[in-house]
Design a protein around this ligand. Sequence first.
Ligand SMILES: Nc1ncnc2c1ncn2[C@@H]1O[C@H](COP(=O)(O)OP(=O)(O)OP(=O)(O)O)[C@@H](O)[C@H]1O
Length: 421
Amino acid sequence: MQKNLIKASADLTEQSKHTLARHKAQHDTHQQALSATEEKPYLKVKDLVVGYDDITVVDGLSLTLKQGEIGCFLGYSGCGKTTALRAIAGLEPTRQGMISLNGQRLTEQTSRTSFAVAPAKRGMGMVFQDYALFGHLTVAKNIAFGLNNWSKSDKQARVAEMLRLVELSEHANKRPAELSGGQQQRVALARALAPKPKLLLLDEPFSNLDVVLRESLAMSVRDILKRTNTTAILVTHDQNEAFAIADKVGVMHEGKLVQWATPSDLYHEPVSPFVAEFVGEGAMIDGIIQEGHVETALGDIYRRMEVCDELGRPQYCEYDYPNGTPIKVLVRPDDIIHDDDSSQTALVVGRVFRGANYLYRLQLADGQTVLSLVPSHHNHEVGSHIGILPILEHVVVFDEKDINATTWSEYDRADMVTEVQ
Ligand SMILES: Nc1ncnc2c1ncn2[C@@H]1O[C@H](COP(=O)(O)OP(=O)(O)OP(=O)(O)O)[C@@H](O)[C@H]1O
């Protein structure tokens, strides 16, 4: 949902507060009805703890996926992504938590229960970074490898179908070494998909490929997974790859899943400065909470609720901080539009050529800097002033004291009210 901001002030009237309370009650009832009928998640991981010796590597990981959804663990090296994936596959023992897939409990470790289904019985497929193909077998035989229990004719038909799916039919009789890296990874994908796994796990599948191939292969893998309605989890440290392939991305940090959300929500509504800085570019500028708005060097920021009161007046949100609270406001490069006609200007203090765009570093009147993505035919030298127009539709504020995020979504009553309408 779009959260428009307009530059005008208004207080919440008593009347509109009552309206909101009524909407909230309706909303709660509506949500209860929804959650009662909502389909159960296909994959559910709850409070998973995994470790080696005396260290905890995955610390209380919880997530859900619907059937056919693609999830992704994204994070720096050593944050526990691969360990989490291996634990879901049953290749690492879990110390605590529960995993269920398609209604079946795969593992549960509590004070009262302790059991784990063996990896081979979980019905999962895996694709690895190094492809792990059998070099002495042809492409077709590699794909047929997991189909031992299938009849000969069914196996042939399935291999042919998989070859068509990954567009390698004409390479069926070649050995893996005769194929490019990208083609080999498609063979690995076809081999993992052939037995129709309930869940496909992909561990850094594109990291041996060059950057250009990586993104195009990620898109084609997404297409293949969607066409086959395959539920999957991918591990990567590459944000572009995660965004190209996944419906839900989980940012991991020191064993914890900090946020599990759509790529767009991660980018626009990060829950912490860590996620904000890890996902995408941006700058944090100072803000001060004032009556119904935030004062910043880019101007005053107001939030408009997308509803009107009984008299047709737009409703305005309040921030959940007392007046005078210093906060940080996240400003993405796409929040600052270059506009020659704007009376607000900024000094160009740096720029990076990105082909279609320049990424400008701009200094505001009070010395703070922000980034701005500008089409590259607007060529402004470092040291010049340019007109800017802040379009702050997705403002996230961070409490300066304990740097907890307060994203719009946490307290945006506009969402709540429009949902029940
Ligand atoms: N078999 C093991 N025994 C002991 N420690 C391990 C083992 N495997 C991983 N670790 C440690 O657990 C931590 C998490 O490792 P993991 O491979 O899950 O991280 P990752 O996020 O996937 O990293 P990368 O992106 O580098 O693969 C690391 O500190 C690693 O050294």
